[in-house]
Design a protein around this ligand. Structure first.
Ligand code: IVH
Length: 680
């Protein structure tokens, strides 16, 4: 056998305990002491020493959390002390009954308050951890309470579970019991990733924890964001523990285990109920899911006196919150049209009490979701309403599917206006193509049309638009132009003067510019800049209206998606009708004169760009220069007329200076653009 200089052993041991302490600060106390990089550096150092001296590797080394081969199956273990479950209380009187029973059994008067340990009931998986001599020897599931499964390799990967206990003075054998759970944030990001990769997401954090622990390959478990909180002890040999439940937990915390920070000892049942109320109000803000509060008689001697009935202790109770998941029937699916025309399936449910309220609707998000859930009308479904989140259908109970269950189909026509419903490749939402004529979209369309960058109608705010649409004064966009003074003046919070001002502003807006008008139509993906580019390229509304997708794509800035939306918009007869209505109402603009080649201000000039530009990209600068007729070249020569030089300009600048070529900077270039922008 090789001998090792004591320094290597000492070095390894010191690295291990430093890493263990950093790990504990990070995962158990949520209070990191060093940056991640420092942790990684120490970890690598330990790993390389262990590689050089493999005989010094021990199973509780921080490097050994994920190890070994995938298992063929889990082996069974027997719990030396059965893992019990809890009786439930669903309301105040159940709690009072529990407290009364405790008093009776302990022979106490009701006015002698019992001290209870209170802690959240975590919604995860119960686990038993066996420490021998302070080293984690075995991790097991609760199973049926007397036999569970050996999940040692998986629990070892959970960073908040110490592989060896901190401090000293622990019993020779110590069985710690607690809950393994997936915090809400980890659950959400895990599911987002799963969906992105086309995998099946978990329906709730509890299933996520269970599914992660059921993995035969610990490498998979290691990638799941799991945590563990200790809530009691089982077997204890050769050693002693404090005499109350809360003190025992504090002792476990000293030994490096995570305990719930909300844990507290209170006197009497009234204080328990108060604790329940306070925590239920904060339930949604907690970083993990809880489904109630567990109350335990705090004094261990009193616990012993009370003992057990069947599978549950007489000294503890779980006061449950109203369930957040319930089963019900999907009676129908209706389609709603949102402000942007998104057609959303909404589940109509047989009313069910869940998460504290009666729920009869749930969102189904979009057709991808309907397909993913494979949900049909008539199905039994599981509804989840967590906190203030909109109720969701989390899964379908396929075994209960009736033979006549109906497949959910996306309507081909908009349920509000009858226009075609489009489902675009790569987009989750289906959309109504009705645009301006669709009632659901009308209010938003009008708000957009009158906004500052579009027709800029002063005094026509969102509220007023809604009022005018709701009371029927505006049915179509062009009705704006036939509003009448007395009717407008009669509206809530309007007077003679403001009605007058509004009508004047509307009047004034009849004379506009084509880019403003085009932008105001609210064609999807057509913003101010695209509207300007379209006008600059085509020159007239008629030409834009007639252009096919290929012609549209010839416009700088316009790709296939924009071209498609523009085309679809102008293909819809109802959009054309509104357009014509607006023009008939007197909306007009000056004819756009497309500059002929020799009218382009920079026609025949060659520009070169060099150095960094700050407010626009090279591509944008090039495009704008070209629109003004300039040629943009990559290198400076005698033919160059002007060099645009930003910071960091090098040889091109020197060359241009040598050739006596005009050199301008970015602000000067912007000034040129501004001067010529007036053309539009
Ligand atoms: S004490 C004998 N404390 O609830 C006492 N259980 O229905 C046994 N649970 O299987 C459990 N949080 O998985 C206790 N703070 C907590 C708990 C808790 C969650 C779970 C545990 C157990 C189930 C009991």
């Amino acid at each position: 056998m090789k001998t090792h200089s004591p320094t290597v052993e000492q070095q390894i041991e010191s690295l291990r305990s430093t890493l263990q302490s950093h790990n504990h600060r990070y995962y158990v106390l949520d209070d990191p002491s060093v940056p991640d990089a420092e942790y990684d550096r120490l970890f690598q150092q330990l790993k390389s020493l262990e590689q050089q001296f493999p005989e010094l590797v021990v199973p509780d080394s921080p490097t050994q959390r994920v190890g070994g081969m995938a298992l063929e199956g889990f082996s069974q273990i027997t719990h030396e002390m059965p893992m019990l479950s809890l009786d439930n209380a669903f309301n105040e009187s159940d709690m009072q009954d529990f407290d009364r029973r405790v008093h009776e059994r302990l022979g106490l008067d009701l006015d002698q308050p019992v001290v209870y340990g209170c802690e959240p009931k975590l919604d995860g998986i119960a686990v038993s951890l066996l420490y021998r001599n302070g080293i984690l020897e075995r991790g097991a599931t609760r199973g049926d309470g007397s036999t569970g499964e050996d999940i040692t390799l998986n629990v070892r990967t959970i960073p908040s579970i110490p592989l060896r206990l901190l401090g000293g003075d622990w019993p020779l054998v110590l069985e710690v019991r607690g809950e393994i759970y997936m915090p809400k944030q980890g659950f959400q990001s895990f599911n987002e990733r799963a969906l992105k990769q086309g995998e099946k997401p978990f329906v709730n954090p509890r299933n996520a924890a269970a599914g992660s622990l059921r993995q035969l390959d610990p490498k998979i478990t290691a990638r799941r964001p799991l945590e563990m909180c200790a809530y009691s002890v089982g077997l204890v040999e050769q050693g002693s523990l404090p005499e109350s439940h809360t003190e025992i937990l504090l002792q476990l915390q000293q030994w490096g285990l995570k305990i719930n920070p909300e844990m507290k000892a209170v006197e009497g049942v009234a204080a328990c109920l108060e604790y329940y109320l306070q925590l239920s109000e904060r339930r949604n803000q907690l970083p993990y899911e809880i489904d109630g509060i567990v109350f335990k008689v705090n004094d261990i001697l009193q616990q012993r006196k009370l003992g057990f009935v069947s599978r549950a202790p007489r000294w503890a109770i779980a006061h449950k919150f109203p369930a957040q998941e319930e089963m019900t029937i999907l009676e129908d699916v209706e389609f709603q049209v949102g402000r942007t025309g998104a057609v959303t399936p909404v589940a109509r449910l047989k009313p069910v009490f869940v998460g504290g309220v009666t729920v009869s609707n749930a969102t189904l998000h979009n057709m991808d979701e309907v397909e993913r859930l494979d949900v049909r009308i008539g199905d039994s479904v599981i509804i989840r309403r967590a906190g203030d989140v909109i109720p969701q259908i989390v899964s379908v109970i396929l075994e209960q599917r009736p033979v006549d269950a109906k497949i959910v189909e996306l309507p081909s026509d908009c349920p509000v206006c009858g226009a075609l419903v489009e489902r675009i490749e790569g987009e989750a939402a289906a959309r109504c193509s009705g645009g301006l004529s669709c009632g659901a979209q009308r209010k938003e369309a009008i708000k957009h049309y009158v906004s500052r960058k579009a027709m800029d109608i002063d005094g026509l705010g969102d509220k007023l638009v809604e009022l005018l649409v709701d009371n029927g004064q505006i049915k179509q966009l062009y009705d704006l132009y036939s509003l009448e003074h007395p009717k407008v003046a009669g509206l809530e919070r309007m007077g003679d003067k403001s009605a007058e001002n509004l009508l004047q502003a509307i009047e004034k807006s009849r004379f506009t510019t084509l880019p403003r008008f085009l932008y105001g139509l609210g064609i999807r993906e057509v913003g101010e800049t695209t509207a300007k580019s379209l006008v600059r390229y085509f020159g007239s509304l008629e030409a834009i209206r007639e252009a096919d997708e290929e012609q549209l794509q010839a416009v700088p800035d316009v790709g296939p998606i924009v071209a498609h939306h523009v085309r679809v918009f102008f293909q819809q007869p109802h959009n054309l009708e509104i357009l014509d209505g607006l023009i008939a109402a007197g909306v007009h603009w000056p004819v756009v004169e497309l500059p002929t080649v020799d009218q382009q201000p920079l026609n025949g000039k060659t520009y070169v760009l060099t150095g960094t530009l700050e407010t626009l990209t090279r591509g944008e600068a090039k495009e704008k220069l070209e629109q003004l007729g300039a040629k943009v070249s990559g290198s400076v020569s005698k033919k160059t007329d002007c060099l645009v030089a930003g910071p960091g300009a090098g040889s091109k600048l020197t060359k241009a200076q040598g050739l006596g070529i005009d050199v301008i900077d970015e602000p000067q270039l912007l000034k040129i653009f501004e001067d010529y922008a007036e053309a539009f």
